[in-house]
Structures are given as C-alpha cells and as structure tokens.
Write a protein that binds this ligand. Sequence first.
Ligand SMILES: Cc1cc2nc3c(=O)[nH]c(=O)nc-3n(C[C@H](O)[C@H](O)[C@H](O)COP(=O)(O)O)c2cc1C
Length: 181
Amino acid sequence: MTPIRLLALSGSLRAGSSNTSLLEAACRLAPRGLQIELYRGMADLPHFNPDLENDLPQGIVDLHARIGAADGLLISCPEYARGIPGSFKNMLDWLVGSSTFPGKPVALFNTSPRASEAQAALRLVLQTMSAHIVDQASLSVDLLSRRMDTTAIAADPAMSSTIVQALGCFADCIRLMQQDA
Ligand SMILES: Cc1cc2nc3c(=O)[nH]c(=O)nc-3n(C[C@H](O)[C@H](O)[C@H](O)COP(=O)(O)O)c2cc1C
C-alpha cells in the first residue's frame, strides 16, 4: 500500500518548544504506512507580500512543494497574546494563494488546554483557506504544566497512545477521502 505522507508544522520557533516536541514524538511514533516530515523552514520565510506572489521567493516555492507533496498536515501551534503567533500566521498567509492547500486534510494538535483562543482563531483561518480539519484526528494534551521533551512524550504510555490513535485515525480518514475523490 502506498504510504501516507504527512507534513508537520509547528507554530513555535523556540528551541525547547512543546509544540515541536509533540510533533517530533509523532514522527517517532508514526505507525507503519505513515511517513511524517517535520517542516523546519518557518524561521527563514520572508514576510508575506502579495507583490511577490507572481515571482515567489525560493523558500516559498519549497514550502508550496512540500505542502503539495503531503497527503495531510499535522499542525501544533501555541497561543501568543490570545492569538496565532505572527510567524505561523505569516506562513499561512503565504499558503492562501497555493493551489494545493484547499481540501488538504489537517489534524490539529494542541499542547496547552488554556490556548482556546488561538485554537479557535486557527480553525477560522484554516477553514477560510478551505482546509479539511479532521476533528477525530485532532488532540489536546497538557504539556504546559509538564516539562517533557520529545523522548519523554514518546515514552509516556498515555500520551503516546493518544498520539498513535490520532495518527491511525488521520491515516484512515485520508485514505477514505482519497478513495472518494
Ligand atoms: C509572547 C508570548 C505570549 C503568550 N501569550 C499567551 C496567551 O495569550 N495565552 C496562553 O495561554 N499562553 C500564552 N503564552 C504561553 C505560550 O502559549 C506557552 O508558553 C506555549 O507553551 C508556548 O509554546 P512552545 O512551548 O511550543 O514554544 C504566551 C507566550 C509568549 C512567549
């Protein structure tokens, strides 16, 4: 069976980011038939400018290609000032004009139970961009009150089981969507 390819996007640039650690744990725990690549180019993306859309900067061409090659996106994004961090919103703005983004299956991962306003804002933006948010494959864990790195998350029985279950569900949903297309 052809593997399902996921691109993981973290909304945090912080070295010790809980959101990046959660996605790295997902990469390690990916079940057979699922390949997950963590995107690491967000810090180098230029500021969005519609004037550049006819001659896209190389970093944006690369981002569009990775999105286009992915069967689905895993997004884990923190809340800053009750909203989406600027760097992540900048990346999303570059994807508004991408022909491959509409209809893309998205699983939303969240590391903070109190980050409800950023989650709501993110949903609204993604829905506006015609993403297909897969709620059954989305998850929320509490890493805010627990200092856990990638290895600790992947080794934690409850957390790893939640992640594996979400990934399996996401793969099943993507396969069904591909069959129906
Ligand atoms: C500039 C800034 C603003 C923040 N604003 C909020 C906020 O409005 N609501 C909230 O719940 N947490 C807020 N936080 C806390 C972060 O969401 C939290 O530390 C999160 O774990 C950061 O994600 P990371 O570990 O992936 O970097 C803020 C943190 C920073 C640095």
